[in-house]
Design a protein around this ligand. Structure first.
Ligand SMILES: Cc1ncc(C[n+]2csc(CCOP(=O)(O)OP(=O)(O)O)c2C)c(N)n1
Ligand code: SF4
Length: 285
C-alpha cells in the first residue's frame, strides 16, 4: 500500500478546524489504499474554499471556473477513460451556479467521482446563504434569515437516476474513506455529498451539531442500498440526516456507450505531421 505522504503537495491554508482538512485526508487515504498512482489521478475543482483542494494533492489538477468542474471532468474522462477523474465543488458551486451540470452528469452516468463539500454556506465569499442553507439562516446576505427552502443534493440525485449516491461527514474519516474508495471503483457517476463544518461562517452547524443530527446507515444491517424504495423512505422519513451509502445500481457509463470498444482519443493517432502539429500549437502562443 502507498503512503499518504506521496499525495501531499502544499500545506493547506484553510482555517483551523475546517471540514476540508478531513476531506483531503480521507481522499489521500482512499487513494493510498487503492494504490492509485498520482500521475493517473486528475482532480478538477470549482471555485471556493473547497476548490483549493487540488493545490494540496499531488496529481494532475485543474482549478476550473465557478460551478463548472463537471463538464471539464467529463471532457477529461472521455479523452482518457483510464484516468481516475475526481471533481470537487462546494454546495454553492454544485447546487447553485453548477446545478444543471450536476443533473446532466448524473443523467449521463459519466465515470467521475464527484465530492460536494457541503458546509451550507458560500464560504470563500465570506458567508452568504447558499442553496443548502437552512430556512431562516441568518447571514451577511440574509440579515433577516433566508426565506428560501434548501435543496437536498441526495434527493435530487435520487430523482434524476443517480447510480451511486452517498453522504459522508468530514468528522467521520473511516466512513468517508470507504465511501470514496467504493465511489472510485463504481463504474459510473459517483456522488458524495459531504457534510463539512465551516467554523467561521456557519457556527451553528459545528462538529457537535452534526454528531447529534446525523445517523449512519452503515450501522443498520437491515438497510439495503440497492433498493430505491428504501432509499427514498430513509431520506424522506429519517428525523436525522442519513449518512453512508444511500443508493447504488449498475448501469453502463457514458464513455463506455460512446466509445463502444473504440480506441480512446488520447491513444488515437491524430494523423498530422510534425509541421502541422507545430503550426497548430503556434495558434495558442
Ligand atoms: C462566475 C462566478 N461567480 C461568482 C464568483 C464568486 N465566488 C467565488 S467563491 C464563491 C462561493 C463559493 O461557495 P461554495 O461553492 O459553497 O464553496 P465554499 O467556499 O463554501 O467551499 C463565489 C460566489 C466567481 N468566482 N465566479
Ligand atoms: S472560511 Fe469556512 S470553509 Fe473556508 S477555510 Fe475557513 S472554515 Fe473552511
Amino acid at each position: 500500500m502507498r503512503s499518504i505522504n506521496e499525495f501531499k503537495l502544499l500545506k493547506p491554508t484553510w482555517c483551523r478546524g475546517c471540514g476540508n482538512y478531513g476531506i483531503l485526508n480521507a481522499l489521500m487515504k482512499a487513494s493510498a489504499e487503492l494504490d492509485l498512482e498520482p500521475h493517473n489521478i486528475v482532480i478538477i475543482s470549482g471555485i471556493g474554499c473547497s476548490g483549493r483542494i487540488n493545490n494540496y494533492f499531488k496529481c494532475y489538477g485543474i482549478h476550473g471556473t465557478h460551478g463548472r468542474p463537471l463538464p471539464i471532468a467529463s471532457g477529461v474522462k472521455i479523452v482518457n477513460p483510464r484516468l481516475t477523474v475526481i471533481a470537487v465543488s462546494g454546495d454553492g458551486d454544485a447546487y447553485s451556479i453548477g446545478i444543471s451540470h450536476f443533473i446532466h452528469s448524473i443523467r449521463r452516468n459519466t465515470d467521475v467521482l464527484y465530492l460536494v463539500v457541503n458546509n451550507y454556506v458560500f464560504a470563500l465569499t465570506r458567508g452568504q446563504a447558499s442553496p443548502t442553507s437552512k430556512f431562516g439562516f441568518v447571514s451577511v446576505s440574509t440579515p433577516y434569515g433566508t426565506k428560501e427552502y434548501p435543496i437536498d443534493g441526495v434527493r435530487l440525485a435520487l430523482s434524476v437516476g443517480g447510480t451511486y449516491i452517498a453522504r459522508g461527514f468530514a468528522g467521520n474519516i473511516p466512513q468517508l474513506v470507504n465511501l470514496i474508495k467504493e465511489g472510485i471503483k463504481h463504474k459510473g457517476f459517483s456522488f458524495i455529498d459531504i457534510l463539512s463544518p465551516c467554523v467561521v461562517h456557519n457556527k451553528s452547524q459545528d462538529y457537535e451539531w452534526y454528531r447529534k443530527n446525523i445517523v449512519n446507515l452503515d450501522e443498520d444491517p437491515s438497510y439495503d442500498f440497492n433498493d430505491i424504495n428504501r432509499a427514498w423512505e430513509r431520506v424522506n422519513t429519517s428525523e436525522k440526516i442519513p449518512t453512508g451509502l444511500i443508493y447504488r445500481v449498475e448501469r453502463p457509463s457514458w464513455e463506455e456507450l460512446i466509445l463502444n470498444g473504440k480506441r480512446e482519443i488520447v491513444f488515437t493517432d491524430l494523423k498530422i505531421n510534425k509541421n502541422q502539429y507545430k503550426s497548430l500549437l503556434e495558434n495558442f502562443y
